[in-house]
Design a protein around this ligand. Structure first.
Ligand code: ADP
Ligand code: MG
Length: 211
């Protein structure tokens, strides 16, 4: 597969649509263990990103991802703003000024994004954050794409299933990072909002392939 400017443009639009459609849901999840702004934050960021893409008209995948990052940083706030900002920045840096990338390069860019999340947020798997989705999905992609030579379209069903499983696996966890950690054991029984928006992220990466 080749991942072009058009692919990343489709991805951002699909992700924005999911965030908009799940705005209330993400907000309810965050209301249970946080301050109830995750859906509103992410939807505002995605809408700002689409606006900025229209006015900046980026010419490469790296430029597009950098443009999204700027929009997120200036509009999202909270924990998720800088964390997703880092995702788009690290991917943009990894891709550089290439016109298009292949599956291996995409996975390496996602690996850099995960490292960025972990460096900034210091969360490990099991602490009820977006890392609980990101790390297993990136590890799976590294195994399948970097080692075994599969392309993303071959394994997308598994990627989406894994992301969904790991999102749901945050329900019984005790939050150890971010606002939800103030609740301690009372955070048990609720799905993590950031893990949920991360599931939507990977689902969008796959859905952008199919258009
Ligand atoms: P805030 O908590 O500032 O209101 P959001 O509600 O937008 O920000 O985002 C909350 C989500 O951010 C959590 O559900 C969690 O997944 C993620 N998060 C919070 N802190 C961290 C961290 N240190 N590392 C990784 N993810 C984190
Ligand atoms: Mg919040």
């Amino acid at each position: 597969m080749e991942y072009t400017l058009e692919y990343f443009d489709r991805f951002v639009k699909i992700y924005a649509k999911h965030l908009s459609e799940n705005k209330e849901y993400l907000t309810q999840l965050d209301a249970a263990i946080g301050d109830g702004d995750h859906g509103i934050n992410m939807d505002r960021g995605a809408k700002a990103a689409l606006e900025r893409l229209k006015s900046m008209d980026p010419k490469t995948p790296g430029e597009l991802l950098r443009t999204v990052r700027m929009a997120l940083l200036s509009t999202v706030g909270g924990a998720a703003g800088p964390l997703y900002g880092t995702v788009f920045m690290k991917m943009s840096i990894a891709i550089g000024n290439k016109e298009k990338i292949d599956d291996k390069e995409l996975v390496k860019a996602l690996e850099q994004a995960l490292l960025g999340i972990k460096t900034l947020g210091k969360a490990e798997v099991g602490e009820k954050t977006m890392v609980d989705v990101w790390e297993p999905v990136v590890e799976f992609l590294k195994e399948k794409v970097l080692k075994e030579g599969y392309e993303l379209p071959d394994i997308c069903e598994e990627v989406i299933k894994l992301a969904e499983e790991r999102m749901k696996a945050t329900i019984p966890m005790i939050a150890r990072k971010g606002r939800a950690s103030y609740l301690g054991e009372r955070s048990i029984g609720h799905q993590d909002p950031g893990a949920t928006s991360s599931y939507l992220f990977f689902r969008s990466l796959c859905e952008a392939l199919q258009r």
